[in-house]
Design a protein around this ligand. Structure first.
Ligand SMILES: Cc1ncc(COP(=O)(O)O)c(C=O)c1O
Length: 234
């Protein structure tokens, strides 16, 4: 693998899943061995690393690339410290000149949890996601599986839909399931359309406070609601 030539800066936006790089066993699923062909890498601690919004961590191979394209080289900003290379002028790494101070909250998270604590948290989220997916898979009320799992469980996320004879039936049931479950207010799932056509529900288990009993209750809620929809639509 060779670094892509720098006509265009290629950044990996590992917004959510990037946090799992803290665990060696997940590094390959994030594609760590491919990172060497990219120029920069970003992940959001506010997504899956216990930090309040917002805290995006960007790693760049050579900061001069950013300064060359985004730097504000105006006379009024020049001073002896910048000119002498004594300070890093982050205003040159981004479009706005000012930036909010986020380091301290990140420092608190790192010091509070430590590397082992962060790994334990990520592993726990992933395990809960697997528990959720296994629960869905086990739901087969006689006539076959209630759900099709479309992606995952991966990175604590499972993407699934209700089973059905054809695309219209599956989408119709999945849409009803999604609306009904969210309307209970007991959990919050999101939805997506795969290939523009397949409606799917997304559930993730990365919340710090989520426990096994919550996951089991979520499975029960999805199963009970899906069984009701099935009874009404067959
Ligand atoms: C791949 C990806 N990039 C970027 C973002 C934006 O994240 P934020 O606006 O929270 O920094 C998201 C949010 O869901 C995302 O999934």
């Amino acid at each position: 693998l060779r670094l892509t030539p720098l006509n265009l800066l290629y950044q990996v936006d590992a917004a959510y899943a990037g946090s799992s790089l803290v665990c060696p066993e997940f590094q390959e699923s994030v594609g760590v061995s491919h990172l060497e062909v990219f120029h920069s890498f970003n992940f959001n601690m506010h997504k899956w690393m216990l930090t309040n919004f917002d805290a995006s961590c960007v790693f760049v191979r050579d900061r001069r690339w950013l300064a060359a394209s985004l730097g504000a080289d105006w006379h009024m900003y020049s001073n002896a410290f910048s000119a002498g290379g004594l300070v890093t002028d982050y205003r040159d790494w981004q479009i706005p000149l000012g930036r909010r101070f986020r380091s301290l909250k990140i420092w608190f998270v790192l010091r509070s949890y430590g590397a082992d604590g962060l790994r334990a948290y990520i592993r726990r989220s992933v395990k809960l996601g697997e528990r959720f997916a296994r629960g869905l898979e086990a739901a087969a009320p006689g006539s076959g599986p209630l759900f099709d799992i479309l992606t995952g469980p991966a990175f604590a996320l499972t993407v699934f839909r209700m089973a059905g004879r054809d695309s219209d039936e599956r989408n119709g049931r999945t849409s009803r399931l999604y609306e009904a479950v969210n309307a209970t207010g007991k959990l919050w799932a999101t939805s997506t359309r795969l290939d523009g056509t397949t409606l799917a529900i997304r559930v993730m288990t990365a919340n710090r406070l989520t426990r096994e009993e919550h996951v089991d209750a979520a499975v029960e809620l999805f199963v009970a609601t899906a069984e009701k929809i099935l009874a009404e639509t067959t």
